[in-house]
Write a protein that binds this ligand. Sequence first.
Ligand code: ADP
Length: 493
Amino acid sequence: MPTKKRGNPKSIRWKWGFLLSIAFFLLYFLSALLMLNVYKSYQYDQQKNEAENLLYSVQSALSEIDTKLSVNSVESMFEKISVSTVTKGLQSVGNYPFLEDLKSRGANIRVFDTDGQLLYETQKSYTTFIKNPDTYLRETKLNDLEAFVAGGPILSQEDSFLLGYVQIVFRLNDYHKVVSQMTQYFWLVTALVLVLSAAAGYGIAFYFFRPIKQMVDTMDAIEEDTLSETRIKISKSKDEFTDLSVHINGLLDKMALYVTQQKQFVEDVSHELRTPTAIVEGHLKLLNRWGKEDPQILDESLAASLTEIQRMKTLVQEMLDLSRAEQVEMHYKNEVTPIRNVVLHTFHNFKMLYPDFVFNLDDDLSREIYVNIYRNHFEQILVILMDNAVKYSTDRHEIHLSISESMSYVQIAIQDFGEGMSQEDQQKIFSRFYRVDKARSRNKGGNGLGLSIAKELLEGYKGDITVESVLGHGSVFRIQLPILKNYVPDEEL
Ligand code: ADP
């Protein structure tokens, strides 16, 4: 037996779990990454704006000096102004000393005279001075972090006379702080989402593919024991899996029934064969010991053995018929039989065979009726029922045969006035090998297979058989078969 691989990682549930987890995770990751970048570039632009505004404000503040720039004049100007005066257009943070504010923002201001000589700087800085007649702003890197360097001339307010140059180094401190915090959060949440996506992905996959797991478990149980009563649990949600589960359960039920029937059949057959075999064996032993010396015993034993052999032959033939009757649907799809003709034919045959019986025919049909059935099979059904009617008749030797049409079915009834049977027996007589009185039926040459064959054949042709009987008064067997509509036999064409 192959070893079972439970929780096989290649199983569809694991595959889907993995795919769903990846999908959830990617969905989150890409959108979060996008948002982070949008946020970063927004912050970056804000900082750029701030740098530009700062430069502009410092330029206009220094332009008020109006005389030649000196270390003292610049220093005293910077000490005089406060944030609210300088950061025009920027959000004011209150009357906060300008120089302290610069520090906290990571900005550094350098002022040069017209020759490019450094006059003043708020912090030590190593950036080079660019003598540029126009205002500029460019990006640079300080200690591997983005920063802005902005600068331009300082022109006197009165007559736009060149006083000197200013340069701002803007370190983007706030920006880097916020971005690094955001990035930290981003990775933290990413780790959390990774776990959650895996849980959600596998959870959903396991939930949706639960029926498959149940199917596999059920198959495992059936594989171990063919007659196990384990079935797939049918969930309340009506989906394709529910349909499939219902179908599989139906098939398993059929299979279990089939296996039980087969087992029962083999048991019954061996049981049925045991009696005739034992009888023949008994006779042969008797003859072997001394019986052959006595002509009378010899005759009797041979006759009895022949009867038993004949019985076995019939039994084998009937079993063969039964097995073939199970396959009519496949092999006799196109067979057509004129029903009325066969009924009349059988009726006359029985009349001839049993002259001491009175046979009545009640024919309600005014025309021939065609049914999709193989002629020999239909004859076989009629003969089984007529034979039984004769076999189980008692004092009143009378049999009624009737044929009629109702809706789209043809109905044939065979009635006798013999021993009849109890309600309980009526339920069982169509089962294989069932006989009401085993010994009596055996004496009459019955194996208990006739009605099973008839029923099996009729069901194969979409017909059916029923019985109505009163113990001690007789029985009526009714069969019906679907009429073949619009059928025109070859000779009439
Ligand atoms: P058998 O070969 O024993 O007749 P069947 O399958 O034809 O087998 O019938 C099963 C049993 O049903 C018979 O053994 C008999 O007891 C009962 N049965 C069948 N037909 C009749 C009938 N017309 N009247 C009374 N009992 C019947």
